[in-house]
Write a protein that binds this ligand. Structure first.
Ligand code: IMP
Length: 429
């Protein structure tokens, strides 16, 4: 069975926890896009694990974990994550990095920062991890693939060209910065090559073999639909396609092989970085949710912008991705709220819109149309089954499901692995 898991808002929906839940039954977990701009937290009996590049299934030793061709890999970061796992007694020998995956090179984070600075007030609020510049180089066909690390002569020639002829002139002439010494860079990357060598493979035969034997394969999405390069609030987006389509090109799995797409939603909305956010809360309710939910970026530490659940976004994401069932996470963060609002659609210049408006200058100025619902004002962290949840809480979940047009099958009631309510749908069984 092949399941794609996608974020359906602006990221940080709690995907790591759903992935961890599914990874326990998966034979293979694949990351297919993004890079170390992602931050997935998994909490187990052994404590908290924060991953940026590592597929979340890595804690299950029998699960093959693949960093797919569509990911941009910073070798420094993946090596750090490997050694952090080792320090905690976990040997990630179940990790495979696709030979075709591109690398975030030493200069990409610097270009990310310089480009952001040059935008002034129009900056995007990127994570400064070099993600955009790395994908741009991939498209310009001057990117380095992980497999290039295994070809020293090729690396030498290409670094001389890319660093010497492309990057350094821009750095020195446009930004008045120091040039890179590509020869010492070669030495540095050959060091990474040695350490990463056991993990680098052509993942095509590995994935095809798993498909042939009907293995349980989970495609672990990073970022989210509203940050998608095509379907998000461009240009306030990431530089990959975190939608279901991107999961396929980023792994080499054909659309006909997919059995189910699970959409992950948070019970409210958050966004990091700039760009339109119609249901944003700038009052004390937003502050309360931010504090209770510890809504500060796992990668950058930035406070996240908070808003009510936006069902127009939810409906759109469900359709773009073909979501078959939804996971509604972090419901417990709303435990103290006496009254809840859900944005059912928008009004713009006298017209109702049921989906986000493609023109972001219009989207920025639309007015949310809210439905109000009473809160449950009870702690739900101890609930173990659907019936344990207060009626008002179940009503909220069901209304969200109705509005987005997809049944909610999984509900997150707290940060721990066991704080999860499922409604009986079989996944990977
Ligand atoms: P970039 O991916 O670093 O280029 O950042 C582009 C936009 O995507 C910024 O608004 C980031 O805050 C946002 N972003 C990137 N990755 C994540 C994520 O994993 N969660 C939430 N927002 C993200």
């Amino acid at each position: 069975m092949v399941i794609i898991l996608v974020g359906c808002q602006w990221g940080d929906e709690g995907k790591g926890k759903v992935i961890d839940y599914l990874a326990a039954k998966a034979d293979m977990v694949i990351r297919s896009q993004g890079g170390n701009n992602a931050g997935h937290t998994v909490i187990t009996e052994d404590g908290e694990f924060k991953f940026q590049l590592m597929p979340s299934g890595i804690l299950h030793p029998e699960c093959t974990c693949i960093i797919g061709n569509g990911v941009v890999v910073d070798p420094i970061v993946i090596l750090r994550e490997i050694s952090q796992l080792r320090e905690r007694g976990i040997d990630p020998k179940n990790l495979i990095v696709s030979e075709r995956a591109h690398m975030v090179m030493r200069y990409h984070p610097l270009f990310d920062q310089l480009e952001e600075d040059s935008r002034g007030d129009d900056r995007l609020g990127t994570t400064w991890r070099g993600i955009g510049p790395a994908y741009a180089d991939k498209v310009r066909r001057i990117g380095f693939r992980i497999g290039d690390l295994q070809k020293e002569a090729f690396m030498r020639k290409k670094l001389a060209f890319v660093v010497g002829n492309v990057k350094n002139p821009i750095l020195t002439k446009l930004y008045e910065k120091e040039a890179y010494d590509w020869e010492s860079m070669l030495e540095e990357y050959m060091g990474y090559a040695k350490l990463l060598d056991p993990y680098i493979k052509d993942t095509f035969p590995v994935i095809q073999e798993a498909l042939d034997r009907n293995a349980n394969i989970l495609l672990e999405g990073a970022q989210a639909t509203m940050l998608d390069l095509d379907f998000g609030t461009y240009p306030y987006v990431t530089s990959s396609n975190p939608t279901a389509g991107g999961a396929l090109t980023g792994s080499g799995i054909a659309p006909t092989k997919v059995d189910l797409t699970i959409g992950v939603y948070k019970a409210y909305t958050s966004r990091v970085g700039y760009g339109p956010f119609p249901s944003e809360l700038t009052d004390e309710v937003g502050d309360q949710i931010r504090e209770r939910g510890h809504e500060f970026g796992t990668v950058t530490g930035r406070p996240r912008r908070i808003g009510w659940f936006d069902a127009a976004v939810g409906r759109y994401s469900a359709r773009v991705n073909g979501v078959g069932c939804a996971a509604l996470m972090r419901l417990d963060i709303l435990d103290e709220q006496p009254m809840l609002k859900v944005c059912a659609g928008y009004e713009f210049r006298g017209t109702r819109h049921d989906h986000p408006i493609a023109n972001i200058s219009h989207y920025k100025h639309c007015t949310p149309i809210y439905e109000e619902m009473p809160g449950w004002e009870t702690e739900i962290g101890a609930a173990r089954c659907w019936e344990d949840l207060p009626q008002r809480c179940r009503d909220y979940v069901d209304r969200v499901g109705e509005l987005i047009g997809v049944p909610v099958e999984l509900v997150g009631t707290g940060p721990r692995r066991d704080q999860f309510v499922t409604r009986g749908r079989k996944l990977f069984d």
